[in-house]
Design a protein around this ligand. Structure first.
Ligand code: GLN
Length: 485
């Protein structure tokens, strides 16, 4: 049996029936990592011996937890005590966590065997994983292409069978977009659903942790394990956490689905557009009541995001001064030169661009014109979603405007930023969204559908995604192959 092709739930069933030992599972994944890493580069750190030892301990346990022996990959912007947490940056290259992120700790408490830390765009800023200070991760579907980003390492690890599931983080699309590019399910929960404690901050009013998995069921399962109030994060919600995997299989009472007006799809890849309209057909077959909606404020979302996120980043990243964390330039004649040299050498160019952008937008004289305006626009975006959710239960959009693109194809930062067109407004509103694989392009590149729900409607989102996933699988996820037949 090929253990590395199974879903998390598939593996869990085998482990619980004791048909396989945790150590065998971890060993199989480590071998797969050894085989795939030279071509894919998903990981920054692989925890070989440590995860095998962990698996041995789990095998000896009398009543192991819900994730007993399941290897999981964690994006390298979540800290784990005693382990390197680089955030994809030279400035944190040798930084070791002094505590463990709450979401990761919850998985460890359920006896997951953490198998490694995955590559990302430096400080999670990017959409391709090309901004990592270490190396580029490749898309397992086509190695000349990017896996998306910033959680590209997590997505590539799952898509290449190096891990059955992974955690990513999403500020403006960083779970959903790489999941779409790698043919996986990526879920960004409602802001506050999952604790951010131990997630290295990028833009604190937007950052959320979520799972990247092969199936909707795995996504529901992991979300349930990581969700909930955490006293260490004052923005985490005490809204009760339903049993998502069980809820997911129950009846979906109302299925009013809003889709985007044609004019909002102008300029996107024609194949993405075609697959999007095809998936509307699948939804109709499932009995959804479709409604065309217009979102006049949507087009300001991306610009608003690229003010707010850099503003928050410029303040969050002020702490990397060479004194408290990681890298320090140690040949400077005085303190302020040391700060300057440390930051000049430690940060990559995209991170510097964001810090400059954010500092500029927050500076006296410009604050009103940029930050305050963006904050007001954010309210309008939220309001636009609120109004839409008076009419529908879900909104569907393409996850990304493009197919997975070639490495090096988006050198111009603006063209890279456009990758977040459909995902950033959702992050600004703070509502949950899931990317589901719904088809393949002619070149066999995966395409995702973004399903957006209202605040804390994750159960309903999983319900719809679960039904649609079945439908897509029955119809054969390869749209073009299906049409040829
Ligand atoms: N691509 C977006 C950015 O570069 C989103 C990143 C993210 O969600 N972490 O900011």
């Amino acid at each position: 049996m090929n253990l590395t092709s199974l879903s998390l739930t598939g593996l869990k069933n085998l482990l619980q029936k004791k048909e396989v030992k945790a150590q065998e599972v971890v060993q199989a994944y480590l071998e797969r990592i050894e085989e795939m890493e030279p071509q894919i580069n998903s990981f920054i750190t692989v925890l070989g011996d440590r995860s095998l030892e962990e698996a041995g301990r789990i095998d000896r346990k009398k009543s192991p937890g819900n994730l007993a022996g399941i290897p999981l990959a964690i994006k390298d912007n979540m800290v784990i005590q005693g382990l390197r947490s680089t955030c994809g940056s030279k400035i944190l290259e040798n930084y070791k966590g002094s505590y463990t992120a709450s979401a990761v700790e919850k998985l460890m408490k359920q006896d997951a065997a953490i198998i490694g830390k995955t590559n990302l765009d430096e400080f999670a800023m990017g959409s391709s994983t090309e901004n990592s200070a270490f190396y580029i991760t490749r898309n397992p579907w086509d190695r000349k292409r990017v896996p998306g980003g910033s959680s590209g390492g997590s997505a590539a690890a799952v898509a290449s069978g190096e891990a059955p599931a992974a955690l990513g983080s999403d500020t403006g699309g960083s779970i959903r977009q790489p999941a779409a590019f790698c043919g996986l399910v990526g879920f960004k929960p409602t802001y506050g659903r999952v604790s951010r404690y131990g997630l290295i901050a990028f833009a604190s009013s937007l950052d959320q942790i979520g799972p990247i998995t092969k199936t909707v069921e795995d996504s529901a399962f992991l979300t349930q394990l990581i969700a909930g109030r955490d006293p260490q994060d004052s923005t985490s919600s005490s809204h009760p956490v339903p049993q998502y995997p069980e809820e997911m299989k129950k009846d979906l009472k109302s299925m009013r689905v809003g889709y985007l007006k044609q004019e909002m799809l102008e300029g996107i890849d024609p194949e993405v557009k075609e697959i999007y309209s095809h998936s509307l057909g699948y939804l109709e077959d499932l009995g959804a009541e479709l409604q065309e909606l217009s979102f006049p404020v949507w087009k300001y979302g991306l610009f608003c995001y690229y003010i707010i996120a850099p503003c928050e980043a410029s303040s969050n990243l002020a702490r990397y001064d060479g004194v408290r964390y990681g890298f320090r330039h140690n040949k400077a004649p005085d303190l302020s030169q040391m700060y300057e040299n440390t930051r000049t050498e430690g940060f990559g160019s995209e991170v510097k661009r964001r810090i400059l952008l954010g500092t500029f937008a927050l500076s006296a004289g410009y604050y009103e014109a940029y930050y305050v305006k963006a904050a007001k626009t954010r309210d309008l975006i939220r309001k636009e979603f609120e109004d839409a959710f008076q009419k529908v239960d879900f909104i569907v959009t393409p996850t990304t405007p493009d197919l997975p693109f070639l490495i090096g194809a988006k050198k111009d930062p603006i063209s890279m930023y456009l990758s977040d067109w459909f995902t950033a407004p959702v992050s600004l509103a703070g509502i949950p969204a899931l990317s589901l694989p719904v088809g393949f392009s002619q070149k066999k590149l995966p395409v995702g559908l973004q399903i957006i729900g209202n605040f804390f409607q994750e159960s309903n989102l999983f319900k719809l995604a679960f039904r649609l996933e079945k439908k897509v699988k029955l119809s054969g996820p390869n749209l073009h192959r299906k049409e040829e037949e």
